[in-house]
Design a protein around this ligand. Sequence first.
Ligand code: SAH
Ligand code: SF4
Length: 355
Amino acid sequence: MLPATLHDLSFSQLQSRLAEDGVRKAHAGTLFRALHQELRTELSGLLPPLQRWIEAQPEPALEVPRLCFETPSSDGVTRKFLLGLRDGQEIESVLMGYAGRYTACLSTQAGCAMGCVFCATGQMGFVRHLSAAEIVAQALHVERYTRSVLQDRVRNIVLMGMGEPLHNFDAVMHALDIITDTRGLNIGPARISISTVGHVPGIIRLAEHPRRYHLAVSLHAATDEERSALIPANRRWPLAELLDACREYTARKQQRVFIAWTLIAGQNDSPEHARKLAALLQGMGVQVNLIPLNPTEGYAAGPPRPEVVDAFQTILQESGLPVTVRQRRGIDVGAGCGQLRSSRSVQAEASVLSP
Ligand code: SAH
Ligand code: SF4
């Protein structure tokens, strides 16, 4: 774990740290605002007692990732940032959407331990958890870009970048405490979605957590045999347990769970698959999002043809399930989860190998 920075601290933690060092607690407001509203990447010109306190902090005082690469996709509505962390790890953050409803998609781990076969992040394996500051810093980076280039604000956050958020539960919850703070970025829990592979203990903890975030569960298959082949984590948390945890989430939070289904040609896209899914979700009050696969280097499969996607959607609709199709944008720039970092390391290897 890298040493913490001021971006790791919630408002109340900042107050206590200042108080412990004999600095007036009131300075916490100025400092939190400078970091999380003014989006400052260096701190100077603050009142002398606060400035002296900041200068006495271990270096670096702030978590400001390096921008390694930025790709606007040709559709003009997805911008992807590859951010370099202090230990050289590179993570992806994405800005998606249109004026007035920009969404930031953040990473929660470098790599991922869950090993989903179709996912570029899963293919790279687990490297490490991100700290709260590293998660917050991504939101701040995307907000800085949105304000300065697009003259707008990030409205929504989705934890659908690299990594399994519920495997890094404490850091993720702490980061969200900071991101939702009305004295900072002020993006409320109702505008934040946490996507999970189906980490059952994490879902239960989230159900017991006082905040009401949206929960999205990546299902992708409706039998244990098929799901375990795509998502090894299903062996640990099989479907029956996962769906029970979703029911508990809905009951406790009085909130519908989103079910993500990545459509993979020839694997989980037949009318039979749609009917099994509909039967499995009957009466659960969920909303289904269909996402045609983004092809990755390490998995030889593609998305279904559009008419197959339509037929799948129609069967779910006819069974009474609310369902939307989410086209993953920016396929041209490798903007699927983890794909930018993978393609960049291939490029880097290629340039090392070429004479
Ligand atoms: N680990 C969490 C969140 C990050 S992945 C999870 O798995 O839910 C976010 C979403 O992208 C998941 O629904 C995942 O299944 C999906 N995904 C990953 N790789 C994909 C690909 N190549 N094409 C389409 N969707 C993909
Ligand atoms: Fe991890 Fe999600 Fe990718 Fe699966 S889909 S490997 S859980 S990031």
